[in-house]
Design a protein around this ligand. Sequence first.
Ligand code: NAD
Length: 310
Amino acid sequence: MEYRQLGNTSLRVSILGYGASPLGNAFRVTDPAEGAAAVHLAVERGINYFDVSPYYGLTLAETRLGEALVGLRQQVILVTKCGRYGADQFDFSAARITASIDESLARLRTDYVDLLQAHDVEFGDARQIVEETIPAMRKLQAQGKTRFIGITGYSLKNLMAIAAQVPVDSILTYCRYNLMIDDMDSELIPFAKQHGIGIINASPLHMGIITERGAPDWHPAPQEVRDAGQRIVALCRQHGLDASEVALRFCLDHAGVASTLVGMSSRKHVEGNLKCLELRNNPALLEEIRATVAPVANLTWPSGLPENYG
Ligand code: NAD
């Protein structure tokens, strides 16, 4: 396993990170025993970055991850979030953030996390995030409940506007750098380098679009993006390759990203994703993929409060 420094923090994170949202049945109902086995296999094979949130499965993912990590806590970098508690439930107040961490720590069966992130900040009032949420998170850091703090979200414009006003240690974004899109590269990466902020890239499979199974019903991308995903799958199949592996390898190759998070809840997916560490993508195939995706490349969807879109 290769590890990279997360910005200016002391955390050295595995370039392949474990997204725990599927443990909370985010994509489909998953078997808890298989989920725990997937977590154990990931730790055994050197994955040390584990990402979860109270939102995933409405606390179920945190509970299952906490159970699976009993006895393994010291081997992992444990990351959770605060401020998002349901599809339409957000509370970024200092009082909620302060209570939230204690609830998460209980479910995760630990007394600190390595990184606490305000979850999907484009759904909140930017002024509140800057003046109330982040300062409350810094207090939790001073109390030893989290080692570092960060923000997550879809809107690059909003993430950068917040981080320009108040220092954060990390930024996680998703569906902004993979085979379907690369605008994270031109906007967020130079900003993060300049400020010493660690970057986490999530959803290398574009939240399930670049998989044989295809996207879940709730996926916000328009049909033409889903169709392009299936064209990538077909193209890779013609070359005897699994599109999810090609997609993940493409993301792992980004040296400006500390960790790429894939959602996993089965040993089969952990094994498949670990295999990508050994793969090399063929530049000619990447060119073909670029051409087939071109009509919908860099297509985004609205997320959060209208004033935060972007
Ligand atoms: P993803 O693009 O990683 O896709 C996950 C889907 O692909 C799941 O259905 C999974 O079962 C399937 N999959 C995984 N490995 C596979 C393989 N080898 N072959 C075929 N299918 C495979 O999307 P994601 O889960 O949305 O993102 C990864 C993680 O990042 C999440 O679990 C979550 O922890 C985190 N995340 C955070 C935010 C945020 O903070 N706002 C947003 C998105 C994702």
